[in-house]
Ligand binder design. Structure first.
Ligand code: SF4
Length: 112
């Protein structure tokens, strides 16, 4: 598998291969790339961002830590289902520990 490391702006092209139980990462200029490549092939994670309507505008929401990539659709459905409270502020937790991931959905922006 070939992929681009997203851990810093350099964007090294990584080659990730499985050899039995071993995972071999090449192309990384630093150890963070090796860690990222290994994680991508075993348990990929992502920060999720989304937007919801709020009054006459929108609020921007984001997970406060990476969540398993396979849960993204379910998390977006959870966020869509939850009603936005009447009063909300930047930094508020919109959903705590979503789907038991230990990640909170936080308000990052309010546009009215
Ligand atoms: S491998 Fe290291 S230097 Fe290269 S993009 Fe990833 S974090 Fe940056």
């Amino acid at each position: 598998m070939e992929l681009t490391c997203i851990m810093c702006p350099v964007g090294c092209t990584l080659k990730v291969e499985k050899n039995g139980e071993d995972i071999i990462v090449t192309g990384n200029a630093c150890p963070r790339g090796a860690e990222y490549g290994a994680k991508e092939i075993t348990a990929p994670e992502r920060i999720v961002t989304t937007v919801k309507n709020y009054k006459n505008g929108t609020i921007c929401l984001k997970t406060d830590r990476p969540i398993p990539k396979k849960l993204i659709d379910e998390i977006l459905r959870e966020i869509a289902r939850k009603k936005v409270p009447e009063k909300i502020y930047i930094g508020d937790i919109f959903i705590k520990n979503i789907l038991n991931t230990k990640s909170n959905i936080v308000v990052t922006e309010i546009n009215l």
